[in-house]
Write a protein that binds this ligand. Structure first.
Ligand SMILES: [Ca+2]
Ligand SMILES: [Ca+2]
Length: 219
């Protein structure tokens, strides 16, 4: 009997726990390695459309601000992280600004990737003047949202899941972004070729922001 060769078909799983990780080669985009600056001293702005290639996969960062703003920082080793002088430092790409947004940030890969993992840091609020809200999803060759797995870090109650695994809102003021408080982890089993983060900044306060940890994926 002749057995037909196995044909690999892209899995249709849109979200799965890490235990379902598929065989592939891991890569990590390190903000500090790709955008070297002076930690806590010299922020490195990322321009709209900047890209980096890690492990043979190119990731491009773009953003669109859907409302007028007076302040906008997209930088590694950024301003609000420097407020935490003396604290252990977590490498991160910071998305700061004023105005309500939403600001739509897109991290686009030049090929489908699996097992995308990262944390969104410092999802918090300052009384009634501003509040971080994030909406995070994946895409694959289209604009249909692919929902991942969201995991709350830190202490209970610091962040609320408005739409589980997708939309989260800060409840308390966390002055130091260099810890796991007020953070949300995201995992996308994939395949995806884009991660989208919509950042709503209710109230328009200055220096409101979130951070993106190093991003890992598998090809
Ligand atoms: Ca934090
Ligand atoms: Ca924040």
């Amino acid at each position: 009997m002749v057995v037909a060769p196995a044909i690999w078909v892209a899995p249709q799983i849109i979200s799965a726990p890490a235990a379902a990780a598929q065989t592939c080669v891991d890569s990590t985009l390190s903000w500090d390695l790709e955008f070297p600056g002076s930690p806590l001293g010299s922020p490195v702005p990322l321009t709209n459309g900047v890209s980096r290639t890690v492990g043979g996969t190119t990731m491009t960062y773009t953003w669109v601000d859907t409302s007028p703003t007076s302040v906008q920082f997209h930088e590694v080793n950024g301003t609000f992280q420097r407020l935490a002088l003396g604290a252990p430092r977590v490498p991160q790409f910071q998305l700061n600004g004023s105005g309500p947004g939403p600001v739509v940030h897109r991290f686009t890969f030049d090929q489908p990737v699996l097992n995308v993992a990262f944390d969104v840091l410092d999802v918090d609020q300052n009384g009634s003047s501003w509040r971080d809200e994030i909406d995070v999803f994946g895409e694959l060759g289209a604009t249909t949202p692919i929902i991942g797995v969201g995991t709350l870090r830190g202490n209970a109650g610091e962040v609320s899941a408005i739409v589980p695994n997708r939309t989260y809102r800060g409840n308390v003021l966390i002055p130091n972004p260099n810890d796991d408080r007020s953070d949300v982890g995201f995992f996308f089993a994939g395949p995806v070729d884009r991660i989208v983060l919509r950042h709503v900044r209710a109230g328009g306060g200055n220096s409101q922001g979130v951070g993106i940890s190093n991003i890992s994926w598998c090809v």
